[in-house]
Design a protein around this ligand. Structure first.
Ligand code: CA
Length: 219
């Protein structure tokens, strides 16, 4: 489990990182809004934790930009300021949970775990990119039914359009623990998905990034 924590109070950030580590949660830190946004967009996290008041970009700005990019990564907002108002702003901007400062690590861990119990894809019933609509409940893409693995792959790609989704990540997430040496399987599913994209006249295509993974981009 890997989380990003964007916090300008470096001492607090390091302490939380340390405590999360003891709970088996890997924590990347960013100390200002710009660095935080870059990491949130470039890396893949299970949960992103955002302080509201940050240099360069606020936590709410980061959250808005993530949601504009259709990223559905769960976000927990933290703030010490006039709680009610911040909470409303954060939730309006698309935060999944809110925690007032000061907080106990145990409370943060409980919130992280609660968010991870409901997978991101279940909270969004439909994921859209260009003229593609993936229906989470039906596991269908523009009305075409997908197999569980096709659905898993396209869902991961569409959650982060334009971003490379690493092969290892897909293997881990979709095939689970017994994915060793099954690289080629992914190729098979990708080529099936490409056929489906052609069939539905998709304006998006899956591009391969050699030795790395795949991304969905405008065709
Ligand atoms: Ca702050």
């Amino acid at each position: 489990m890997r989380v990003l924590y964007v916090e300008d109070e470096q001492f607090l950030a390091e302490a939380v990182k340390h405590n999360l580590g003891k709970e088996g949660i890997d924590c990347d830190l960013a100390f200002d809004g710009e660095e935080g946004l870059n990491k949130a967009v470039d890396e893949i996290y299970d949960v992103v934790i955002l302080d509201v008041m940050l240099p360069k970009l606020s936590g709410i700005d980061i959250l808005r930009r993530m949601r504009e990019r259709k990223m559905v990564t769960p976000v927990i907002m933290l703030s010490a300021l006039s709680e009610v108002e911040d909470k409303v702003h954060g939730l309006e901007a698309g935060a999944d949970d809110y925690l007032a400062k000061p907080f106990k690590t145990a409370e943060l861990v409980a919130r992280i775990k609660a968010l991870l119990r409901r997978p991101a894809e279940l909270r969004e019933e439909k994921i859209k990119y260009l003229n593609l609509v993936y229906d989470v409940n039906e596991k269908s893409l523009n009305g075409v039914s997908l197999t569980a693995k096709e659905a898993g792959i396209i869902c991961e790609l569409m959650k982060m359009p334009g971003k490379i989704v690493k092969k290892d990540y897909l293997l881990n997430k979709i095939w689970g623990g017994d994915a060793f040496g099954e690289d080629n399987y992914i190729e098979v599913y990708i080529s099936r998905l490409r056929k489906i994209l052609r069939k539905v006249d998709s304006k998006a295509e899956i591009s391969s990034v050699r030795g790395f993974g795949y991304k969905i981009v405008e065709a």
